[in-house]
Design a protein around this ligand. Structure first.
Ligand code: NAG
Ligand code: NAG
Ligand code: NAG
Length: 400
C-alpha cells in the first residue's frame, strides 16, 4: 500500500470510531467514566471530535461527580463523622493517646512542642502545617497563593512585592524567636471583653504577642500587657499617629486589595503618599518603622481561613459579599501553622449585652456593630468555637 492509502486506511475507522464515541458520549459517557481516545490526534476533524467529546465528558463529570461523592460520604465513609468543612463533628478537649504519651514527661505548664498543630490535625485531618508566616524572596514558589488575586493570593503583585522584599531584607521573627524550640503565641483581639480583666501580665508571658491594627497598648497595659511582638495591619487599620507606634515590634502588613501593596511600597520607601482614592477610610501617611522591621503576611492564611476553615463563598477566588475573614481569624490561622501553643484574648462579640463596649479602648457600644458586607461574623464564630471546644486554642477571655 502507498503511504497515503495507509493513512486513509487508519484514519477512516478512527473517524468512524470518533463519531460513535462522540454520539455515545452524549448518552453514556458519564457511565463509562473513562478517558476519550486522546491519541487519535492525527487529523483535524478527529481532533475536533475528540475535543467535543472531551468537553462533553468534562461537563458530564462536573455534574455527576459531586453526587457520587456525597452518596459515598453520607452513606459510608465520612458523612457522620466530619462536617461539611472537614472538622470532626463530635469535638472534645481530650488529648489523643499519642499526645498523652508524647507530653507525659513534660513538667506542668511547660510548652508542648507541636501541640496546636497536632490537636488541629486530630479534629481536621486535612491540616498541613508548613506555611511560612511571612513572604520571603522565594515567595513565588508558594503555589497555593500564586494563582489568586489579593486578598487570597499575590497574583499581579509579584513585581512590587519583589521590590519591597528586596528592601526589607528580613523575613522571620528575628533570631531569638526563630530559634525557640517551642513557641507560645497569643493573639490579642480588640474586643471590649478584654477590659477590666487584668490579663496584662498573663499576656506578657507569651513568647509571641500579636496585636491587630490600631489597638492601643499605652494606657491599657494592666489589661492588655506591654509586649508587642508584631502588629498585623492593613492600610485603613494602621496607626496614624507616628508617636503611637511601639518600638521593638514588627509591622506586619496584610493586603486585602491590590492598592494596598502600592501603599506599603510608599511606606517602606518613605515616599509621599499618593493615590488614596481607593481606600475606604483615611490611611496612615507614614509608618515610622525601618524596612527591616516590616513584613508581609503570607496571604495563604486569608485563603485558608475563608475557603477551608470557615467555608465562605469562593466567588471564583475574588473578594465578594461575606467572603473575607476578619483579621483576628487570619492571625489565628497564621498561629496554627507557626506556633506550638496558641491562645487568644479579646475575641467574641456578646450581642446579648448591647451596652457593653465593642472595643476595649473606645466607648462605642456593641449595638453600633453593623451588618458587615465583607465579613460573616456568625460563620466565623462557628469555626472559632470548634477550635476552642477542642482545645486547639485557649480563649483567655471566654468570649468565643
Ligand atoms: C518518659 O520518661 C520515661 C522514664 O524516664 C521514659 O521511659 C519514656 O520514654 C519517656 N517518654 C517520652 C515520650 O519521652
Ligand atoms: C472598667 O473599669 C472602669 C473604671 O472602674 C470603668 O469606668 C469602665 O466602665 C469599666 N469597663 C468595663 C467594660 O467594664
Ligand atoms: C453568612 O453565612 C450564612 C450561612 O451560610 C448566610 O446565610 C448569610 O447570608 C451569610 N452572611 C453574609 C453577610 O454573607
Amino acid at each position: 500500500m502507498k503511504p497515503t492509502h495507509k493513512l486513509l486506511f487508519v484514519l477512516c475507522p478512527m473517524l468512524v470510531l470518533g463519531f460513535i464515541y462522540y454520539s455515545s458520549g452524549k448518552l453514556h459517557l458519564n457511565v463509562w467514566g473513562q478517558k476519550p481516545l486522546k491519541d487519535v490526534g492525527t487529523s483535524v476533524s478527529v481532533n475536533v471530535t475528540v475535543t467535543k467529546a472531551n468537553q462533553n465528558q468534562a461537563k458530564a463529570k462536573a455534574v455527576k461527580e459531586p453526587e457520587v461523592d456525597s452518596i459515598v460520604s453520607v452513606g459510608r465513609i465520612v458523612g457522620s463523622v466530619y462536617d461539611k468543612q472537614g472538622f470532626l463533628v463530635k469535638l472534645d478537649g481530650k488529648l489523643p493517646p499519642e499526645l498523652v504519651y508524647q507530653y507525659g514527661n513534660l513538667s506542668e505548664g511547660a510548652c508542648k512542642p507541636g501541640y496546636a498543630a497536632a490537636k488541629m490535625t486530630a479534629i481536621y485531618p486535612k491540616f498541613v502545617k508548613p506555611a511560612p508566616m511571612f513572604l520571603d524572596r522565594n515567595f513565588k514558589r508558594l503555589a497555593k497563593v500564586s494563582n489568586y488575586l489579593p486578598p487570597f493570593g499575590f497574583k499581579t503583585q509579584e513585581r512590587i512585592i519583589d521590590v519591597i522584599l528586596a528592601a526589607t531584607k528580613n523575613y522571620g521573627l528575628g533570631p531569638d524567636l526563630d530559634s525557640l524550640s517551642c513557641k507560645r503565641c497569643v493573639i490579642v483581639g480588640n474586643g471590649g471583653i478584654l477590659a477590666n480583666k487584668s490579663l496584662g501580665s498573663r499576656i506578657d508571658e507569651y513568647d509571641v504577642v500579636v496585636r491587630l491594627n490600631e489597638a492601643p497598648v499605652s494606657g491599657y497595659t494592666k489589661d492588655v500587657g506591654t509586649k508587642t511582638t508584631m502588629r498585623i495591619t492593613y492600610p485603613e487599620g494602621a496607626i496614624q499617629k507616628a508617636e503611637r507606634y511601639e518600638k521593638d515590634s514588627l509591622f506586619v502588613f496584610s493586603a486585602f486589595k491590590p492598592l494596598d501593596f502600592k501603599w506599603l511600597r510608599q511606606m517602606v520607601f518613605k515616599e509621599r503618599l499618593q493615590g488614596v482614592e481607593g481606600f475606604w477610610k483615611s490611611v496612615a501617611h507614614q509608618v515610622p518603622r525601618e524596612p527591616s522591621e516590616i513584613r508581609i503576611l503570607n496571604p495563604y492564611f486569608i485563603q485558608e481561613a475563608a475557603f477551608q476553615f470557615i467555608g465562605l463563598p469562593l466567588n471564583n477566588g475574588l473578594m465578594g459579599k461575606g467572603n473575607i475573614p476578619t483579621l483576628g481569624t487570619v492571625a489565628i490561622t497564621m498561629a496554627l501553622h507557626n506556633c506550638d501553643e496558641v491562645a487568644v484574648a479579646g475575641f467574641g462579640y456578646d450581642m446579648s449585652t448591647p451596652h457593653a463596649p465593642l472595643h476595649y479602648y473606645e466607648t462605642v457600644k456593641m449595638s453600633a456593630i453593623k451588618e458587615s458586607w465583607t465579613h460573616n461574623i456568625s460563620k466565623e464564630k462557628e469555626f472559632l468555637r470548634k477550635l476552642v471546644k477542642a482545645n486547639v486554642i485557649t480563649d483567655l477571655t471566654n468570649g468565643i
